[in-house]
Ligand binder design. Sequence first.
Ligand code: SF4
Length: 449
Amino acid sequence: MNVYDSDRMSELLAPFGYEPTFVPDNADMVILNTCHIREKASEKLFSELGRLRVLKKRRASMGKRMIITVAGCVAQAAGEEIIRRIPQVDIVVGPQTYHRLPELIVRAERAVNGQILYTDFPVEPKFDHLPSARHVRGVSAFLTVQEGCDKFCTFCVVPYTRGAEYSRPVADLIIEAEGLVEKGVREIVLLGQNVNAYHGVFDDVQVSSLSKLIERLADIEGLARIRYTTSHPRDMDVALIEAHGKVPALMPSLHLPVQSGSDRILGKMNRGYSVDDYLRLVDRLRTSCPDIALSSDFIVGFPGETEVEFEATMTLVKQIGFAQAYSFKYSSRPGTPAASLGNHVDEAVKGERLLTLQALLSDQQHKFNDSMIGRRLEVLLEKPGRYPRQLVGRSPYLQPVHVVSKDDAVPPRIGELIKVEITGSCPNSLAGVLDTNVDGDGIEKENFV
Ligand code: SF4
């Protein structure tokens, strides 16, 4: 979501003469768009600000200005501390207020010594004030459909930094999606902190669920693939489960964080489902879409987690079999309810549990990738590879696929959907050759580029 937000900031500032530069030394303004989910997010921010402080001083000695802006969730959570500790920071702006950046920059330019802290949760929807996407990075694009979260998992800062759940209206999303497709986008990834809680209005009165939104987006000509992330198990309704079986554009992969395999720990996390609920949900998803590839998030060493409870997580992973997963040691986030829980698990124990879990998850990922060898997969080509006649794309299951075409074949182009025969697998990717049995040159009938 920060990638999406950073692009919107860039587009917002373009009419005021700003354009992106990759060299901070030359920048009239630097925006650090921060994420609070990562461990030690604040420390990383302050060390980066230390470097920028030196650059700003150097530019000042040449009579040039550098506006330093801190945006994103660390800005929201630690704005006052940033202002207090780093006087060289000009603007601190939260994730719900960055649409006001142009006005804040004018204020910062006029201020002699003033710093601006703007981390309210404004009444006006931010998206009404943002320009639509002007530039696209490639054939796959993000589209934020929902922001914020009302779930209040006890370990998570999102409800405090991104605020309450907000869903964008269907009509706005259709317009933005059509604009992306006109610019060559073939795949849209719908984003939200709690994306399947989406409940945007359409026709001014009715409320659309995520499944209805997906069905509408699937009608856009030229849009080949739809994905969505990140989902909460509690919000996987019947219609969304069924959409995986009946909407061809909806890809058979789903990130569905479970976090733990222990009911007691899930309760302490305030996740709102049991292990049985999750297992039943996976069964229903696999009934609707038998080849769906599941990925998940895990936290090991949540306060009070016993060895038996950790083993329950291992059992759950073995029962389900994940195509991919993210796993972390629990680390407390200031201000969250879990941060004040006692009975913290020893760091060394957490480390051992994480290694054990990751070995199992990595083994499952290898097996999943190996199971693709010999299959013909539809691949959306995204970028050139490192070698001649090589392109890199993604399988329906989200795996990167390195594709080579034969010397005598017409090479396919980026943005095309092609059939690829999978010939090899690595831990994180697949290798394949252009399937020459499809339409003579391996390229499917439709050629969109
Ligand atoms: S559902 Fe996700 S975003 Fe919301 S509080 Fe829980 S972990 Fe955080």
